[in-house]
Ligand binder design. Sequence first.
Ligand SMILES: [Zn+2]
Length: 194
Amino acid sequence: MAADASGRSRIAIIGEPIVAADLINTGAAPGSAVSDDLLSAERGTAAWWRIEGARVPGGGLPDIQALRRLRSALRDMIEALVDNRPVPQAAVSDLNFFTHSAPASTRLRLTGTGLLAETHWHGEYGGNPRLAFIATQAAAFLSDPSKVSKLRRCANPACSMIFIALNPRRSWCAPGVCGNRVRVARHHRRAGGA
Ligand SMILES: [Zn+2]
């Protein structure tokens, strides 16, 4: 958790269908009211990797600069898609750099009940499997228009979070965070308060 401009704790929004969405939500969008970056400190980054650990390949943690570069490419692409703007070529090139950085191979294994596919990410060419995985998973998602149409910005104007609305009625990054804040603000306005 990190503190936002008002001193309240900002909770990482996690568990979106692609790790890329969780990653961009660790940092605030340019110009948003929230100015903190959960990846600004070594400790915050380690905590984020612990949360995402089960969803990404194992192996060493990537360099923080590389992680931030991937995040920035993903944010530029996803923001453009959400706003219906052309996706910047530079962001696409950056993402492709990461998808190429570590190849993956799939192997089938016979189990007692059937077949199990195991994917191995190759870090032996110098790239980081975690970054390559996040980029590859995002590339598959972002090139599918039916999935892109589910990308949404949180309905709280002070929030910069972007999420994937698997439920079309979802309008908050987290109902317990932004949903409550906006409802409380509306209540205060109606009651003639601040
Ligand atoms: Zn929000």
